[in-house]
Design a protein around this ligand. Structure first.
Ligand SMILES: [Cu+2]
Length: 291
């Protein structure tokens, strides 16, 4: 393969590269693929209003931390040079300095208040949306996710990991599922979360979603996905032996395409036909059908 590559003329290589960038560029413009890439540092791109604010808040905190670190480092350096035994053989016996003591108590309090105000604002902002356009229910199971669409005919299905030996080319390992959860982009979505067994956590980094699925409780959060695309996440609460094998795949579609998917999905998942070999202990679909 390498040998063949080297027999290409530079012009051919450039042409291929240009074509690749063009195709890649157009593909990116249409949809995004949000997951961490090999050797990635820093966050995934924030793709929801909450994620954007979380991102900005993190940058804000890093500035504060950075300034504090440099300040302390500066003082320590100054002390080491100015007051070492050689430079300052007779140390001062001074104790107490009212102004200094007020400053070193007051300043940290002030810094904490400056952090707390935007932090609490963001916490409440992420808590719930004032005008949800639809609701999705996410239920954790050992070790897969069940999704319910109460606004779309109560359809429900399970989402299992696709094992390594069944992956198709291009599908990411440990992140691909048999039934992705489809959601409309540019829509306020209320998310209700619960669990059938132990505590799980439905976490999608690019949307800044990370909420516990607790048995016997319904936790609420929301999202608004900024662009159509594939959004990946993982269970983030240690939930048993297959904790690492219950990925989350959100397929965000433009509203019209989502409506088309709902029409198709209603038929597909109506009669519980999604998983014949399902060994899930609690069949939510069964319960819905029996009503
Ligand atoms: Cu888990």
């Amino acid at each position: 393969m390498l040998k063949r590559l080297f027999t290409l003329t530079p012009a051919m290589v450039l042409g291929i590269l240009a074509l690749g960038f063009m195709l890649g560029g157009t593909a990116l413009a249409e949809t995004v693929e949000m997951r961490s890439k090999p050797w990635q540092l820093w966050f995934q791109n924030p793709m929801s209003p909450v994620a954007e604010q979380v991102y900005d808040f993190n940058v804000f905190l890093l500035w504060i931390e950075g300034i504090i670190t440099l300040f302390v480092l500066g003082i320590m350096t100054y002390i080491c040079i100015k007051f070492n035994a050689k430079a300052n053989p007779v140390p001062s016996k001074t104790t107490h300095n009212t102004l200094l003591e007020v400053v070193w108590t007051g300043l940290p309090i002030l810094i904490l208040v400056v952090i707390a105000v935007p932090s609490l604002k963001l916490l409440y902002y992420a808590d719930k949306t004032t005008d949800p356009e639809m609701t999705i229910k996410v239920i954790g199971n050992q070790w897969f996710w069940t999704y319910e669409y109460p606004d779309h005919g109560d359809m429900t299905f399970d989402s299992f990991i696709v094992p390594d030996d069944e992956l198709k080319p291009g599908q990411p390992r440990l992140l691909t599922v048999d039934n992705p959860v489809y959601l409309p982009a540019n829509t306020n979505i209320r998310i209700l979360q619960s669990s059938n067994d132990v505590i799980h956590n439905w976490a999608v980094p690019s949307l800044a979603l990370k909420m516990d699925n607790t048995p016997g409780r319904v936790n609420e959060t929301w999202t608004h996905i900024n662009a159509p695309g594939d959004y990946y996440g993982m269970c983030s609460e240690l939930c048993g032996v297959n904790h690492g094998f219950m990925p989350i795949h959100i397929k965000a579609l433009p509203k019209a395409e989502f409506a088309a998917w709902v029409a198709k999905a209603k038929k597909k998942f109506a009669s519980n036909g999604n998983k014949e070999d399902n060994d899930s202990p609690v069949r939510v679909a069964d319960a819905t059908a029996a009503k």
